[in-house]
Design a protein around this ligand. Structure first.
Ligand code: PLP
Length: 472
């Protein structure tokens, strides 16, 4: 075989693929069983020293060497995402079958800019989008999958602006009319401000609405911010409510905010990147009551839908609004098809041109486990978060910030030194957890993403924090 044949060899793919799956299955088993460290911490400056090899001009290893490097150097230097003591960020412990689907997406590389670069990929995506909109309680709604919630928020806000500004912003630009404002909770994700910056509004165009002591947007403060915007001659292009805010997982009062927005004809965007998956749970979906009043919703698959990154959905109640964000012509891609056919060219509605086939893994998960099966994962981690909160509330040496509304639990041990405490624990590799700055104080923050995190892990977390604290 010559070199190029070798690179694309189906036999090689088969052989190394089987070996790779064996390797990953062992990795998964060890992680789920809680073997080894959650993270083998090295400061980045030191870790960088291991990665200073010169650019290989010719082959530096064979496929077996690659698998060895994965097993011995690369996987152990990662964050063990399936480890039951990984309690840090809001990233899913992905379903193994979804990961296999991502391999399909990689090998087949369906570009998806237009229907003919990924016919099946497009139809799978439309099917999945329809399922998600049905879970919200919408009928005939549309949307697209994007690479992440940050981009999904930008897409929704671009559509809101085009729809609500009162002029064609896409054509005339932002300076053509009055200043535009976005009203968002003080706990809204940074991607909302970033979207305002990208859109040329300036990040000061986001009015930060105060939240109450449970982290939920105050509707009185929202009304006040709305009045102030009008008084200063601005036009409100969107209200952004968050369902599962990043610092504390709190869910804004969607029904009240929705009613207010309807009364005043305001565009309501619900950033449900984290929390929208509670719609799958009969026990917790009530917490999202009012989400159906939104004009647009963002929902991350790679958080509580247990998908590998990235897959997010931006969904529009009014299907026509799904075209508002990018009101652009590109004759080399789009040939003036009828609107039913147009709907299948996803790049009319996304920032991305080439994009990954993201629908397959979600379609597969819904098909394999059903909404009930995926909902059970959500219920499990929400319940574990409640158990952790109960333990913390009962422990005299811990302070729980608030009862969790989702799977994020914020607390502290003592009043000061939380950042040092966290660092000690992360560096020990026993747990991964994060911290959050609220009202000038640092708190410890855990996100229960793993359905295998058990009571004994929670107990060990409290003990580990106590030990670290005693050592300081
Ligand atoms: C995670 C998150 C985002 C950002 O989404 P990515 O998928 O990380 O780009 C935005 N908003 C909220 C509320 C989130 O939880």
């Amino acid at each position: 075989m010559n070199d190029i044949d070798e690179m694309f060899s189906p036999q090689g793919f088969r052989r190394h693929g089987h070996a790779l799956i064996d390797l990953l299955a062992d990795y998964l088993a060890a992680s789920l069983a809680g073997e080894g460290k959650v993270i083998d911490w090295k400061p980045p400056v030191q870790a960088t020293l291991d990665w200073q090899q010169p650019l290989p001009q010719s082959a530096a290893m064979d496929a077996d060497g690659l698998l060895d490097a994965l097993r011995d150097h690369i996987l152990p230097a990662g964050l063990a995402i399936h480890h039951p003591r990984n309690l840090g960020h809001q990233v899913s412990a992905p379903l193994p079958m979804a990961a296999l689907c991502d391999l399909v997406a990689s090998l087949t590389n369906q570009a998806m800019a237009v229907y003919e670069t990924g016919p099946a990929a497009t139809l799978l995506e439309r099917q999945v989008v329809r399922w998600l909109t049905e879970l919200i309680g919408w009928n005939g709604a549309e949307g697209v999958l994007t690479s992440g919630g940050a981009q999904a928020n930008l897409t929704a806000l671009l559509a809101a602006r085009q729809q609500m500004a009162g002029w064609d912003v896409w054509k005339e630009g932002v300076s053509f009319g009055p200043s535009l404002r976005i009203l968002a909770s003080e706990h809204a994700h940074y991607s909302v401000s970033r979207a305002a910056g990208i859109m040329g509004l300036g990040i000061n165009a986001v009015s930060r609405v105060a939240a109450n002591d449970q982290g939920r947007m105050s509707v009185a403060a929202l009304m006040e911010a709305h009045r102030q915007a009008i008084d200063s001659g601005c036009r409100v292009m969107a209200v952004v409510a968050t369902a599962g805010c990043t610092p504390t997982g709190s869910i804004d009062p969607l029904a009240e905010i929705g009613a207010y927005c309807q009364r005043h004809r305001l565009w309501l965007h619900v950033d449900g990147a984290h929390g929208a998956s509670a719609l799958l749970s009969p026990g917790y979906c009530e917490r999202l009551r009012g989400i159906e009043l939104a004009d647009s919703v963002v929902w991350d698959g790679h958080k509580l839908l247990y998908m590998p990154a990235t897959v997010s959905a931006v969904l529009f109640r009014n299907p026509a609004h799904s075209y508002a964000a990018f009101a652009q012509e590109a004759s080399y891609l789009f040939h003036g098809e009828s609107s039913a056919d147009q709907a299948c060219n996803v790049s009319y509605r996304t920032l991305e041109c080439t994009k990954r086939m993201m629908g397959l893994k979600l379609w597969a998960a819904f098909s394999l486990y059903g909404a009930t099966g995926l909902g059970a994962l959500v219920e499990r981690v929400f319940a574990t978060a409640e158990q952790l909160a109960a333990r913390l509330a009962a422990a005299p040496d811990f302070e729980l910030l608030m009862p969790p509304q989702t799977n994020i639990v914020v607390f502290r041990h003592g009043r000061t030194g939380q950042a040092e405490l966290r660092q000690k624990i992360v560096e020990s590799g026993a747990f991964h957890l994060t911290q959050v700055n609220l009202g000038g104080n640092v708190w410890l923050r855990t996100t229960v993403m793993n359905p295998f995190t058990a009571e004994r892990d929670l107990e060990a977390l409290l003990d580990s924090i106590r030990h670290a604290s005693a050592d300081m």
